[in-house]
Design a protein around this ligand. Sequence first.
Ligand SMILES: [Ca+2]
Length: 295
Amino acid sequence: MRKIVIDTDICSGLGGDADDALALLFLLQHPDCDIAGITIVHGNMDLGLKGKMVAKILQATGKEKVPFYLGAEKSLLGHIREHKPLLISPNYFDDVRLEPASGHAAEFLAQILLEPDISLVTLGALTNIALALSLEPRIKDRLKDVVIMGGVIGEKKPEYNIACDPAAARAVLRSEIKFTLVGLDVTRKVNLTQDEVKELGGMESAAAQVASDVSRQWLSLRKSDYFFLHDPLAAAVLLDKSIVRTENILLDVDDIGPKDGILIGKPRQEGNPVALEVKDVSATKKQITQGIWKT
Ligand SMILES: [Ca+2]
């Protein structure tokens, strides 16, 4: 059984990308995963609403005992991304009973990440992780298994998770934590189409219902017939590194300035593995969607 902590900036169902919810549903229902806790970080939506969405997912998967914590509401330097309007009916949360655990997400991370054999996957800005590292620097020697969804290799525009808090990303990348990076250039190769969502939607367990709800909402907001499985791919890589081809790259984040948040890197043996491609896109997608919808 893998003991896993998930750090998420979830806006799924609230007017944002479906992928955080799908990654949570994938890991929470996976037979080999024991989720030790979920921490929530800023990005586009009020933290309390993000907490309600996590609670909804925990209830839908029958994982009410998994603790979840609210974390940083702003970047390390105090920036905040404009909140998007809530697009879901508030009634959607009428059945939510669970409350976030007390305490800041970074305090929880500073304790739990010292425990042996904990894996961490980050699906949002790295603010909570950077704060935890400053509270408890020994984390960097203890944590052996980390997957970061963020960044993009070879593009001039910064990726959202890194751009939300470049200083935090810089702190984490320079911390000597060993991690595998799964960036946008790779996650954009794995998408889910409207037709596939329709097909998967026949299985209406509570968890499948949430998966279908957030996917349909995101398709309609994007005005598109597909969306990308960014965070679920990072979750799948956490469970099986062999699904991606990687290269060791010494990574950093560009200095504060107009290009802040752009990843820079050089291939180096002492660098961290960076995913370059998914070896078998259709098998990986099948594994992810079956894990989420339990088809
Ligand atoms: Ca995310």
